[in-house]
Design a protein around this ligand. Structure first.
Ligand SMILES: Cc1cc2nc3c(=O)[nH]c(=O)nc-3n(C[C@H](O)[C@H](O)[C@H](O)COP(=O)(O)O)c2cc1C
Length: 400
């Protein structure tokens, strides 16, 4: 249950926008954990771009129109969600808060939306699914190999996960320079001598440290069950990702193993959108992994018109990257997204105040979204299209 104290901690006037949750998360988490959430790859050029690109799209409101009520509900892959905002897969959420994935999924369910569980989760997928009243989808990496992935897919199907989300943009982990500078690898090594220089940042956050230790300390990955070993140890993960790159050739066996809807996450071009459709995707996620992989790729909102034109309404398009306001959601819907995913927006909330922080992040975005629709003079999400926005002139070039 969310305590009143936690709920108060994230109420106005302290928390008005997602940025306020970010500030609280920074104050509560050790630097190495906060920067793991907040940081991007290399020079963080795409990270900044994912945010700034929303400023380049401006609204064209229709004034003097009464919009007494706006229903933010939306059907995604046949499931009615209370709002067009899903919780993206965020690996290692258990580092941000005890049983972090279960807590975030529970809050998504309470808000009437879906939670996507990362392969790199510290909680068992069965527990996450059972703990949420809403839809839970499973995000797939092939870490641990194809046989291990096949058995996890069977577990996800048996547990009742509603869709399989295959991430295609992670042939290796991106270089997140903040993680290296903060000593994330030495800290994971368990070798005291190597950990020592980096320990002060952890000791400086005793409240977090106590909760982390009570939750069992550094978790393993219970959804990657290695034969003869058990759950994959944390430190092995980057090597494991590199050894098991997802390629288009994998989609044949994945489709045979998974009985439900298939989603391809990490599409940035018309080429990959067409390929994903050929491989049987029912939805694609326009995503650059929150700018954590290849730095220098397009901000996702910029890539959306090209992908939407290629898809031509044949499959559903979701978008993530930089969504921090309800107005960002509306802009993405205007340019062709059916819904968006949020990553950091709820991860900051989880780090700042557990379930109360996740609930507050969702509430901020829902309230923003409804207000934006009223200010626009648009009564329904279904009425949103590119006539409600202006886009920079050169954006049209690939959108045909
Ligand atoms: C800390 C962190 C961990 C992530 N882990 C995963 C993951 O395990 N699998 C995945 O497909 N995407 C992962 N992502 C990417 C998110 O699913 C999503 O694409 C991204 O966060 C969207 O950008 P935003 O954070 O600006 O909302 C991660 C993102 C963050 C911030």
């Amino acid at each position: 249950m969310i305590s009143d104290r936690c709920a108060r901690r994230v109420s106005p006037p302290r928390v008005v926008a997602i940025e306020d949750l970010r500030r609280l998360a920074r104050a509560h988490l050790p630097r190495v954990v906060f920067d793991y959430i907040d940081g991007g790859a290399e020079g963080e050029v795409t990270l900044a771009g994912n945010r700034h690109v929303f400023d380049h799209v401006t609204f064209r409101p229709r004034h003097a129109v009464a919009v007494p009520a706006v229903d933010p509900a939306r059907t995604v892959l046949g499931t009615r969600l209370a709002l067009p905002i899903l919780l993206a897969p965020v690996g290692s959420s258990r580092l941000f808060h005890p049983r972090g994935e279960e807590v975030a999924a529970r809050e998504a369910g309470r808000a009437g939306t879906a939670y996507i569980l990362s392969t790199l989760s510290g909680c068992r997928l069965e527990d996450v699914k059972a703990g949420s009243a809403g839809p839970v989808w499973y995000q797939l990496y092939l870490a641990g190999g194809r046989d291990v992935a096949r058995s996890t897919i069977a577990r996800a199907a048996a547990a009742g996960c509603g869709a399989l989300v295959v991430t295609i943009d992670t042939p290796v982990a991106g270089l997140r320079e903040r993680d290296v500078r903060n000593g994330s690898l030495p800290l994971l090594s368990g070798h005291l001598g190597r950990m020592l220089p980096f320990l002060p940042q952890v000791l400086a956050r005793p409240r977090w440290l106590l909760a982390f230790l009570r939750d069992g300390g550094l978790m393993r990955f219970p959804n990657i069950e290695l034969p003869g070993v058990g759950p994959m140890p944390y430190a092995d993960v980057s090597v494991a990702l590199e050894q098991a790159t997802v390629t288009w050739d994998d989609f044949g066996w994945i489709r045979r193993a998974w009985p439900g809807p298939l989603v391809v996450k990490g599409v940035l071009t018309a080429h990959d959108a067409r390929r994903a459709m050929e491989e049987g995707a029912q939805a694609i996620v326009v995503s650059n992994h929150g700018a954590r992989q290849l730095d220098g790729v397009a901000p996702t909102l910029r890539a959306l018109p090209e992908v939407a034109a290629a898809v031509g309404g044949r499959v559903e398009i979701l978008l993530d990257g930089g969504v921090r306001r309800g107005s960002d959601v509306v802009k993405a819907l205007c340019l062709g997204a059916r819904a968006v995913l949020i990553g950091r927006a709820y991860a900051y909330g989880l780090g700042a105040a557990g379930g109360a922080g996740v609930a507050r992040a969702i509430d901020i975005l829902r309230t923003d979204l409804v207000r934006t629709m009223k200010l626009l003079g648009c009564p329904s999400l279904d009425a949103l299209d590119c006539s409600w926005v202006d886009i920079p002139a050169d954006w049209a070039d690939r959108a045909t």
